[in-house]
Design a protein around this ligand. Structure first.
Ligand SMILES: NC(=O)c1ccc[n+]([C@@H]2O[C@H](COP(=O)([O-])OP(=O)(O)OC[C@H]3O[C@@H](n4cnc5c(N)ncnc54)[C@H](O)[C@@H]3O)[C@@H](O)[C@H]2O)c1
Length: 434
C-alpha cells in the first residue's frame, strides 16, 4: 500500500487534494500544479472557486497569472467534496481560530474532516497543515478516520506538517521554505516525506505528529515572546529618552546570539496573537501555566492603549483632546505590504480612538473599503493621501508602514504624526514615536 502511494507520488501520477484555498492552501496548490500534478482544490467559499476558474486572484501577493498557469496545468477548484475520492493525498489547510472564550476552535478542522471521511479510502495520505496544539492529529483526526474502518499506518497514512509562510516576503517561496513533517507511524512519516519532497527543497522529518505540532508553536511563541520583550524595552527606552530603533540596529551588528525583533502597535495576523493560546490551553491539561506566553500577551495587548496614550500626549501639546479631533490611521493591514487585516492592531486603535470621541478615518490602498469584521464595524473607505487631506487631520497615526506611502509628503503636511513603526528616525516637531 505504502509503496504504491510513494511510487505514484514520485511519478507524479498521484492526484493532490488541497482543502482550504486561503493564504496557505492556494500557494501550495499552485506549487503542486507547477511541478506537474493534477490538483483538486476544495473549499466551501464559492467566491474563491469562481476567482480560480476566472484566473483572478483574491490574495494580494499571489498574482492571477500564477493561478491561471496552475489551472492550465491541471489545477481545478470545486466546492464538491465528492471529488476528494480521486485524491491520493488530502492536505488540510483550514482555519484554526480562537472561540469567544479565546480557546482553540477546531470546528473548521473537524467539519472538514467530517466532509472528507465518506471519501477516504485505502492508499491515501492525509496531512493536516493548520496550526494547532500537540495531540490534535492523534486525538481528533486519527480516531475519526479509524472509526470508518481504516487503520492509520496500514490503510491510510496520517501526518502533520505545519505551514510556514511569511506573506509579502519576496525572499522565500513555498519551494524554498523547509517543511517539518511528523507522522503517526514510520510509514506515515515516509508517506509524508514523499508527499512534500516533490515540491519542497528540504523536508525535515520528526518522530511524531506531536513533535511537528509543537515545532510550529515553538516558532510562533518564540516570535510572540520576543516581540513582547522588545515592546517592553521600547517603553523603557522611551521614558529614558533613548531611541529603541537605534538600539536594535546597533545590537543587530552582533554577529552571534542576537536576533532583532521590532516593536509596534501590537500583534496582528492569523498566527502570532492566536497560536500561543493553543499551547496555553493544552498545557493546562498537564497542570502547567505557560507564564512567558501570558506575560508576552499582556505586554503585546497593551500596545494599542500605549499608542492611544501617545496620541493623547501629542494632541495635548497642541492644546487638543482626542474627543473632537480628526485622526487618520495609516495602514490597517496587520503588517506592511499585505492586505490581510486579521487581528490587526490598527483596528483596535481606531476603535479605541472612536470610543474616546475622535472622528476616525484610515488610509490603506489595499483595503479600499473597510470590510465586515467579527468584532468591529466601521462604515469607512480608504482616504487618498495628499497634502490637502493630510492637513485636515489633527493627528496621523502611522500604524502599518506600507511601502506605498509617501513618507516625505506625510512628514511635510501632517500636523502631528504618531509613529508606531520607527519609520521616522530624525526627531521633528510634528513626530512622536509610539
Ligand atoms: N496565513 C498564514 O500566513 C499562515 C501561516 C502558517 C500557518 N497558518 C495556518 O494555516 C491554517 C490556514 O490559514 P490560512 O491563513 O490559509 O486561512 P484562510 O482563512 O486564508 O483560508 C482557509 C480556507 O479554508 C476554507 N474553509 C473553511 N472551512 C472549510 C471547510 N469545512 N472545508 C473546506 N474549506 C474550508 C475557507 O473558506 C478558506 O478559504 C490556519 O491554521 C493558520 O493558523 C497560516
Amino acid at each position: 500500500m505504502i509503496n504504491e502511494l510513494i511510487n505514484k507520488l514520485h511519478e507524479k501520477t498521484a492526484v493532490i487534494g488541497i482543502v482550504g484555498l486561503g493564504y496557505v492552501g492556494l500557494p501550495l496548490a499552485i506549487r503542486y500544479a507547477e511541478v506537474g500534478y493534477k490538483v483538486i482544490g476544495l473549499d466551501i467559499d464559492l467566491n474563491k472557486i469562481e476567482n480560480i476558474e476566472r484566473g483572478t486572484t483574491y490574495i494580494k501577493h499571489i498574482p492571477g497569472a500564477a493561478i491561471q498557469a496552475a489551472t492550465e496545468k491541471g489545477f481545478e477548484a470545486t466546492t464538491n467534496f465528492t471529488q476528494a475520492i480521486e485524491a491520493d493525498a488530502l492536505i488540510l489547510c483550514v482555519p484554526t481560530p480562537l472561540d469567544d472564550h479565546r480557546e482553540p476552535d477546531l470546528s473548521f478542522v473537524i467539519d472538514t474532516l467530517e466532509s472528507l471521511l465518506p471519501r477516504m479510502r485505502k492508499g491515501q495520505v492525509v496531512s493536516l497543515e493548520s496550526t494547532t496544539y500537540p495531540g490534535t492529529t492523534e486525538e481528533e483526526l486519527k480516531p475519526r478516520i479509524e472509526n470508518i474502518g481504516l487503520t492509520v499506518g496500514e490503510d491510510i497514512f496520517l501526518v502533520y506538517s505545519p505551514e510556514r509562510e511569511d506573506p509579502g516576503n519576496p525572499d522565500f517561496t513555498t519551494r524554498t521554505i523547509p517543511k517539518v513533517c511528523g507522522g503517526t507511524t514510520l510509514d506515515c512519516i515516509q508517506a509524508g516525506v514523499a508527499l512534500y519532497e516533490q515540491v519542497i527543497d528540504q523536508v525535515v522529518p520528526v518522530s511524531s505528529t506531536q513533535a511537528a505540532e509543537m515545532t510550529k508553536l515553538l516558532e510562533n511563541i518564540h516570535r510572540a515572546v520576543n516581540i513582547g520583550l522588545v515592546n517592553e524595552m521600547k517603553m523603557v527606552a522611551d521614558k529614558m529618552g533613548i531611541d529603541i530603533h537605534e538600539v536594535i540596529d546597533a545590537a543587530a551588528t552582533k554577529p552571534f546570539g542576537f536576533v532583532p525583533y521590532h516593536p509596534g502597535p501590537g500583534l496582528g495576523g492569523h498566527c502570532i496573537p492566536i497560536d500561543p493560546l493553543y499551547l496555553t490551553w493544552k498545557a493546562r491539561e498537564y497542570g502547567i501555566n505557560t507564564r512567558f506566553i501570558e506575560l508576552a500577551g499582556e505586554v503585546n495587548s497593551f500596545m494599542p492603549e500605549y499608542v492611544i496614550g501617545k496620541v493623547t500626549e501629542g494632541l495635548n501639546r497642541h492644546k487638543k483632546s482626542i474627543n473632537g479631533s480628526r485622526i487618520l490611521v495609516l495602514g490597517i493591514a496587520y503588517k506592511k505590504n499585505v492586505d490581510d487585516m486579521r487581528e490587526s492592531p490598527s483596528v483596535e486603535i481606531m476603535s479605541q480612538l472612536q470610543g474616546l470621541g475622535a472622528e476616525v478615518n484610515y488610509s490603506d490602498s489595499d483595503v479600499p473599503v473597510f470590510p465586515a469584521m467579527r468584532s468591529y464595524k466601521f462604515d469607512l473607505q480608504s482616504i487618498d493621501l495628499s497634502a490637502d487631506t493630510l492637513e485636515q487631520y489633527d493627528c496621523v497615526v502611522l500604524a502599518t508602514d506600507h511601502d506605498v506611502f509617501d513618507y516625505e509628503l506625510i512628514r511635510r503636511h501632517a500636523k502631528l504624526i504618531v509613529d508606531t513603526r520607527g519609520r521616522y528616525r530624525a526627531p521633528a516637531e510634528n513626530i512622536l514615536k509610539a
